[in-house]
Design a protein around this ligand. Structure first.
Ligand code: PGA
Length: 255
């Protein structure tokens, strides 16, 4: 199984999102139907979810959300719950994206609660982990990954492990146009796998890579045997590039 997840971030109004989803459906739906081993998911802003759902319903392209609140409902002005996203047909929810950690001050404890809430409502969390440039330069990459993984995943019920994706996204590679080198990705993925095993993951949990993935570098990245797929930001807004990336997901053999 391969995964291509598009993160549209704070781009697209509902009408723009619907137009983008329509183009993706037109080009990608027949290809994705022919390659059921590849899962394609797009994550528009909350306000565009209904419009995207309307366009993609009945197609092989799924949709998900970029975040959710850790509580089910209540006096949390401006927040959106997993329960609401579930009713909108979301299949995945990004949890702990570095932009949430950085700009919204999300800590590991909160991310752990969000992740459990997403699971409770039958959706797949995509737990994003990754080090900053300063942390990498100081030699703390593994320590950071281990802390993020342990805090979010310790004590996870056994049945939850096969309903979870991890995205290794080095912060220095996100939105910079400079993706991590395949060897850096392979190293980080191997380390993540080891921590997951240590935490009790019964089987291989899919680990994606994210950070400046584009049509030009995706094949090199997917050629790493540890990479189950990609989380794509900027390039997911460009129909031609995103389609190329999806094509690479079945053209590059899984190891
Ligand atoms: P990018 O974003 O592809 O624009 O680097 C990736 C992400 O933030 O998930």
């Amino acid at each position: 199984m391969r995964w291509v997840v598009g993160n549209w971030k704070m781009h697209t109004t509902p009408s723009e999102a619907a137009a983008l989803a329509r183009q993706l459906r037109e080009v990608l739906a027949p290809l994705v139907v022919a390659h059921p081993e590849v899962r394609v998911v797009v994550c528009p802003p909350f306000t565009s979810l209904e419009a995207v759902r309307h366009v993609l319903l009945g197609s092989p392209i799924a949709w998900g959300a970029q975040n959710c609140h850790e509580e089910v409902q209540g006096a949390y002005t401006g927040e959106v719950s997993a329960r609401m996203l579930h009713e909108l047909g979301c299949t995945v929810v990004l949890v702990g994206h570095s932009e949430r950690r950085r700009y919204a001050g999300e800590d590991d404890g909160r991310i752990a609660r969000k992740l459990r809430r997403v699971l409770e409502f039958g959706m797949m969390p995509v737990l994003c982990v990754g080090e900053t440039l300063a942390e990498r330069r100081a030699g703390y990459t593994e320590a950071v990954l281990e802390r993020q993984l342990r805090c979010s995943l310790a004590g996870l019920p056994e049945g939850a492990w096969n309903r979870l994706l991890i995205a290794y996204e080095p912060v220095w590679a996100i939105g910079t146009g400079v993706a991590a080198e395949p060897e850096q990705i392979a190293g980080a993925h191997a380390f993540v796998s080891g921590v997951l095993r240590d935490l009790g993951a019964p089987a291989a949990v899919p680990i994606l890579y994210g950070g400046s993935v584009n049509a030009e570098n995706v094949r090199r990245i997917l050629a790493q045997p540890t990479v189950w797929g990609v989380l794509v930001g900027t390039a997911s807004l460009d129909v031609a590039q995103f389609c190329d990336i999806v094509r690479a997901a079945w053209e590059v053999p899984c190891c």
